[in-house]
Ligand binder design. Structure first.
Ligand SMILES: [Mg+2]
Length: 299
């Protein structure tokens, strides 16, 4: 057996995917921002889960209301990335013996506040004792069958866009305070036809690489077009992660209409190319350099 460090997070997901049992009715299982399941003739059911662990995703000293907020916000972001709207959540929490009631109350208060903002009902969960504070949220969503956007639909000549500035989200606390891009995503799926979409959790280079792999295409990204958070370097914008902006692709014709829209500020960062051309960054001198995926890895 190989160690987790050697195979990495995505190797591990691949191993789990191979052994996961699924019935025929599953539309999309492991390998996108959420699972896509049958609901009725017009709609899909979306399902996603995320776990936050003290010391890994937030520090021991972190404001508990913001921790609770993030626990749900990351899942809302995943539902948005599929073109869906969030609906029902169950929240499980592992609590150390030393924790006090106040801290736990604050976590649920932060979580409830963002739930209300996004129309999510918290309908159940579990509480257990654990060594470290752990919060797990499972969230359902719905999408119109026509609205669903997978990672696998990008085609050569599609244009790549991103919804906001990237990099240094841990330093700026954006990773705790970000607003899930649900409004952007809903506008996109209702008025345009994005061919692929993902939210940036592990870093632009890493998450866009998922789109490229699933779509079997390459991309050329313009270094100077990448929107950077104040003070962030290009390398940080490419690989810091936890930005929770959306990256999406639009067919050339759709992109022409989309450029005229004034509803949201978005950034055009590059173009999809054939797979054999690879995943490249065009620097300020016009030179193409291979992008090496350096996003956040959990193992
Ligand atoms: Mg995601």
């Amino acid at each position: 057996m190989r160690s987790l460090k050697k195979i990495g997070e995505f190797g591990l997901i691949g191993t789990i995917k191979k052994s996961a049992h699924i019935e025929k009715e599953v539309i999309k299982g492991i390998g996108d921002d959420t699972a896509v399941l049958p609901l009725d003739k017009k709609r899909n059911l979306l399902l996603t889960t995320d776990m936050l662990v003290e010391g890994v995703h937030f520090s021991v000293k972190e404001n508990r209301k913001l921790v609770g907020r993030k626990a749900l916000a990351v899942s809302i972001s995943d539902i948005a990335a599929m073109g869906g709207v969030p609906k029902f959540a169950v929240v499980s929490i592992g609590i150390p013996n030393s924790a006090c009631e106040r801290g736990i109350k604050d976590i649920y208060e932060g979580l409830s506040r963002i739930a209300k903002e996004f129309g999510v009902s918290v309908v159940g969960g579990d509480t257990v004792q654990s060594k470290k504070l752990v919060i797990n949220v499972a969230l359902t969503g719905e999408s119109g069958k026509k609205d669903i956007v997978l990672r696998s639909g990008a085609k050569p000549d599609d244009v790549v866009f991103v919804t906001g500035a990237l990099g240094q989200s841990l330093k700026t606390k954006k990773h705790l305070k970000f607003i899930p891009r649900l409004a952007h995503a809903q506008y996109l799926v209702k008025c345009f036809k994005p061919s692929a979409m993902i939210d940036i959790s592990d870093g632009l280079s890493s998450d866009l690489a998922h789109v490229l792999n699933e779509s079997k295409v390459g991309a050329v990204i313009d270094e100077k077009a990448i929107p950077r958070a104040k003070g962030a370097t290009v390398a940080q914008a490419l690989s810091d992660g936890e930005d929770f902006e959306l990256v999406f692709t639009l067919p050339k014709k759709e992109a022409e209409f989309f450029r005229r829209q004034k509803k949201f500020k978005v950034y055009e960062i590059g173009i999809i190319v054939q797979k054999k051309k690879g995943f490249m960054l065009r620097d300020s001198k016009g030179k193409l350099n291979k992008i090496i995926r350096k996003g956040y890895g959990h193992f």
